[in-house]
Design a protein around this ligand. Sequence first.
Ligand code: NAD
Ligand code: WQD
Length: 338
Amino acid sequence: MSILVTGGAGYIGSHTCVELLNSGYEVVVVDNLCNSNEESLKRVRKITGKEVKFYKIDLLDKSALTEIFHKENIDSVIHFAGLKAVGESVSKPLEYYYNNITGTLILCDVMRQFGVKDIVFSSSATVYGNPATVPIKENFPLSVTNPYGRTKLMLEEIFRDIYNGDHNWNIIMLRYFNPIGAHESGLIGEDPNGIPNNLVPFITQVASGKLNELGIYGNDYDTPDGSGVRDYIHVVDLALGHVKAIERLHNKHGIFVYNLGTGIGYSVLDMVNAFSKVCEKEIPYVIKPRRPGDIATCYADASLAKKELGWSAQRSLKEMCVDAWRWQKNNPNGYQNQ
Ligand code: NAD
Ligand code: WQD
């Protein structure tokens, strides 16, 4: 039974390939490497001792994708491939809509041609906008403030229409909170281009001396210490959630949506302190103005995933920091120069 993993060379995709292989699935990856490096898949092979097939193709290339469905015996799809930088999506909306939406439409069309109708889709907690209360449940109202988020919300709606038109589709949409950390081997992890936009890669690069100091975007939010609160989840826990989602697709038919988070909120200052303890260094920081579009607090109610997928996050904040730091120390330049 082969699982097609789109975007499988990327951060979450590579960790999911490891857990799928460890669970006995065969894995076929398609990725155009626009935000990743094939080295990640070599390391997936090293970690698991198993083969993962890789095709360097763009989802927008329908004939290349069709070819892969001809060649491989694809049973289900996990669809990670997409552009994900919120700020960049504001300046490049066309690129984001074209890549994320058209890419997904082409994928679904090819799947339909081959009678493959089981898919797990990477959505995001960003679809909750600025929630009225926390913890956030799956049935909360949805709203978005940037083109990236809009691609996720539109795709969720498109998937609902696909299911309504043909109940043979089985669809699970996973709304991730804030994935951080790396595989405990230190071989795979997050490899951002240039200066990181996200908090934890920024902190690890300050700790390693690559960057001078962290800017904390606001200390006047209505939170216990004034800095923003998020639900950080270990990427390996997130990856394991996908294995559970694949199992559920095979056993229970329909369309479902689940939050994948820990249910715990940590502030930016909590993160700085936790990381500082693990790397035994001060993390210098300055308070900066709020980042446009940021919200005060966001964390999940993850009880539905526990009840229906039999999944809950197991790894602590300390493990997230230990693993992120090991990855940074062992790979100061990410996958580059490999
Ligand atoms: P990533 O950039 O590391 O992985 C995405 C992969 O998709 C990359 O390897 C990239 O090369 C590939 N890709 C992009 N467009 C493609 C195309 N047209 N054809 C083929 N390959 C293509 O990102 P990630 O953090 O692993 O995120 C995976 C998914 O999860 C994305 O859909 C993202 O929007 C979603 N998500 C991520 C986060 C997060 O904080 N990392 C949070 C919520 C949701
Ligand atoms: C976390 C906290 C910042 C950087 C983003 C996307 C979201 C989802 C996950 C894809 C916030 C603060 C950050 C820094 C800081 N991705 N911060 N200094 O914004 O919660 O979510 O990634 O779907 O859509 O928006 O994550 O890591 O950028 O920020 O103070 O240099 O850290 O203000 O409170 P965010 P983040």
